[in-house]
Ligand binder design. Structure first.
Ligand code: MN
Length: 241
């Protein structure tokens, strides 16, 4: 099979000089997919919902990227002043992408916001600001003066999970660039990694060939071998599919 086509979700960005709305994605994601042997293609956030089905017949893998917060009304969440960059058009597209891709055998890798999108799309809830809502929470939102590959905490990885089989470790050092997190886990999803404070750091859909959601940012840790393995396993699964 030729190099697999990996769809990558985008965020709204307004180009400054001419004030033009753009659908953009950080090149950390496209670069990670390219280095792992995939062909990255962007999915504009304004794609009509009826394009998802035909899109998924062409894609070999789907990567849900990070970004702003999900609208609290999608999961009856607690309002908080720190909620930022809500984009209901992006939310709606990504919820539907998740629901449809999980009905196929197309591999899904969801990162940070993507992990939260998977949980909410399937009926779960979020902490809308972890440090105010989870007792004993670690600092999951790294200070802005630290590089994004900074190791913020470890995660314990569930034995026998897809994630464990990919990285071959039961503990992993990760970065942490999120102020929200999974609260109630959607029915049907397995928690396969947790931070030392108990917060969910990875979710998987059992029975699916490759449905992995992680709360950290493997794309910002390109020198970490386990993070490289996550992208290479994802692209390999997309190629095999
Ligand atoms: Mn974290």
């Amino acid at each position: 099979m030729p190099q697999p086509l990996i769809g990558i979700t985008t965020r709204r960005l307004v180009e400054q000089k001419y004030d033009i709305p753009m659908a953009a994605t950080p090149m950390s994601y496209t670069g990670a997919v390219s280095r792992a042997g995939g062909l990255p293609v962007l999915i504009p956030l304004d794609s009509p919902l009826d394009h998802i089905k035909p899109l998924l017949t062409r894609l070999d893998g789907l990567l849900l990227t990070g970004g702003g917060d999900i609208d609290i009304h999608s999961f009856n969440g607690e309002a908080h002043d720190e909620v930022y960059d809500v984009d209901t058009q992006r939310d709606a597209l990504e919820f539907e992408l998740v629901r449809q891709v999980l009905q196929t055998r197309i591999p899904l890798l969801a990162i940070c916001r993507g992990c939260q999108v998977v949980n909410v799309a399937l009926g779960g809830t979020l902490y809308t600001h972890i440090s105010d809502q989870l007792d004993g929470a670690l600092a999951h939102s790294s200070p802005p003066d630290l590089p994004w590959h900074h190791v913020a905490h470890t995660v314990s990885v569930q034995e026998g999970s897809l994630l464990a089989s990919i990285i071959g470790l039961d503990k992993l050092e990760v970065n942490s660039l999120h102020h929200q997190g999974v609260a109630q886990v959607a029915e049907g999803l397995n928690v396969t990694a947790r931070a030392p404070d108990g917060l969910v750091e990875a979710l998987e859909l059992p029975g699916h060939p490759f449905a992995l959601a992680v709360q950290w940012h493997p794309e910002w840790m390109p020198d970490s071998l386990p993070m490289q393995h996550i992208f290479s396993a994802f692209v390999r699964a997309a190629q095999a599919g």
